[in-house]
Design a protein around this ligand. Structure first.
Ligand code: BES
Ligand code: MN
Ligand code: MN
Length: 456
């Protein structure tokens, strides 16, 4: 059976596959920092060279930002688009890493072998699971899987500014029946999932300014407005006692969890205590009266991602700061409208800013939630294929994170996405000491071989 031969080929090729991934991880493709623009380009070129060597027609496509990589396998078969991103998050705080984030290595840990380095799990290691499956496929079949288009982006971690125009301009070329996206996680270490709903994202930065300079907090304090106090009051007012977001109209478009989905998620037996214990916590802190999976997958949130103002350095300084700022993100669900929420949030903040202060807003992206139509038989075929590879049956799951391209594929290219990934909750994505389990990488490649075999 050729599938068995492809799987054997993946097993035999694992050491070389890991070397290739290590090479890829050495390229510091941090998209949000312009100092790394040349490295982003090198990562795109690295992919073009890999795919060309595999026999695909691969091209680097310039955009106003970082380049896209588009490659096609040619041949016949159901038209499929595979998406991943080659850019990575910044690495700071660097002193919390146990190794140079761009000098990756395989490490032995009590839970097995991992490959450690920035981008190992998000998303270079994940996108390479698909490339390695295609490589083994070609070794066995003589050709790459037919009619597959690869799209690799280099701006996913910085809000994808070039993506929508690129999809619009290249819609004819990129259009397919179905997209495959490898940028999500497993449900549990031994149980894969197909993500059927993703939360959207609205990013806002608020800057409040008071006096035209920092002041002595004794000479001016009590009389002069304090922007940090104003900001703290605003931040504290964003949630009520039950953990609900207070922005007017925020819950417009938030659907009730259907009984069917509630039952499906209950049956997953998610252990919130165990999930939280992995990060040193124990008590769910979300909306009252909602299950843990609802809080993570189907309820909208407002989180403060960062806050600054005044003196927070060593020692003590009695200062009345001139400025205070916060970065705030909202995760959105259902048909919540990011732009309406932005307007409402800004109006609410403006109302609370003291008359003697000014406020400025910076926009950090807005993308609605997306939900997949799983009626395409490829979903069930993929679920069976995954279930054959992993110790436990694959589940339909939600994801708390955001992948705006899944929504753009629906609205611009008219196709749904199968979101299948092999990350674990303890991969430390976006954080120091990011890793990807060798088992995720290996089983991930085997999973794609099975899925390709099942859906074409
Ligand atoms: N791969 C993540 C999204 C993700 C993480 C999905 C975990 C499912 C589970 C992606 O690279 C990411 O980090 N997305 C950002 C949004 C983006 C617009 C900056 C996010 O979710 O914060
Ligand atoms: Mn990602
Ligand atoms: Mn990410």
């Amino acid at each position: 059976m050729t599938l068995t031969a492809v799987l054997d080929r993946i097993d035999a090729g694992l050491p070389r596959s890991l070397e290739r991934l290590t090479d890829f991880l050495r390229i510091p493709s941090i998209s949000t920092d312009s100092d790394y623009a040349a490295a982003c380009r090198r990562a795109a070129e690295w992919l073009v060279a890999e795919l060309t060597a595999l026999g695909a027609r691969a091209e680097l496509r310039d955009t106003p930002g970082h380049p896209m990589v588009v490659a096609r396998t040619g041949g016949a078969g159901r038209p499929i688009l595979f998406y991943g991103h080659y850019d990575v998050q910044p690495v700071d705080p660097l002193d919390l890493w146990d190794r140079d984030p761009f000098d990756p290595a395989i490490e032995e840990t009590p839970d097995g072998r991992v490959i450690r380095g920035r981008g190992a799990a998000d998303d270079k290691g994940q996108l390479m699971t698909f490339v390695e499956a295609c490589r083994a496929w070609k070794d066995v079949h003589g050709d790459l899987p037919g009619n597959v288009t690869f799209l690799f982006e280099g701006e996913e971690e910085s809000g994808s500014p070039s993506l929508v125009p690129f999809l619009e301009e290249n819609a004819a070329e990129l259009g397919a029946d179905l997209a495959l996206i490898c940028d999500t996680g497993l449900f549990a270490a031994d149980r894969p999932g197909i993500v059927t709903q993703l939360r959207g994202l609205l990013g806002e930065e608020v800057v409040i300014r008071g006096a035209d300079k920092d002041l002595h907090s004794g000479s001016f304090g009590g009389l002069a407005a304090n922007p940090v106090r104003a900001l703290a009051r605003i931040v504290a007012s964003l949630h009520d006692e039950a953990g609900r977001v207070t922005v007017p109209g925020f819950y417009d478009g938030v659907p009730d969890l259907t009984a069917e989905l509630a039952a499906q998620w209950d049956a997953l037996g998610f252990d919130a205590g165990l999930f939280l214990s992995g990060v040193g916590l124990s008590i769910p802190a979300g909306e009252a009266g909602r299950s843990a999976l609802e809080q993570l997958w189907s309820r909208p949130t407002c989180e403060v991602n960062g806050i600054r103002g005044g003196y927070a350095g060593r020692g003590f300084k009695t200062v009345l700061p001139a400025e205070a700022a916060a970065k705030i993100s909202f995760r959105l669900v259902g048909s919540q409208d990011p732009l309406a929420i932005r307007d409402s949030f800004r109006a609410m903040v403006r109302d609370m800013v003291p008359a003697d202060c000014t406020v400025e807003f910076h926009d950090h992206g807005a993308a609605p939630a997306s939900r997949m139509d799983t009626s395409d038989p490829a979903f069930e075929a993929a679920r069976r294929a995954l279930s054959a590879e992993w110790p436990h049956e694959a589940a339909y799951i939600g994801a708390g994170g955001s992948i705006p391209i899944a929504g753009h594929f629906q609205s611009i290219l008219g196709m749904d996405s199968m979101l299948i990934g092999f990350g674990r909750d303890d991969d430390r994505i976006h954080s120091p000491n990011e890793k990807y389990d060798v088992a995720s990488f290996h089983r991930g490649a085997r999973s794609w071989a099975r899925i390709l075999d099942a859906i074409r």
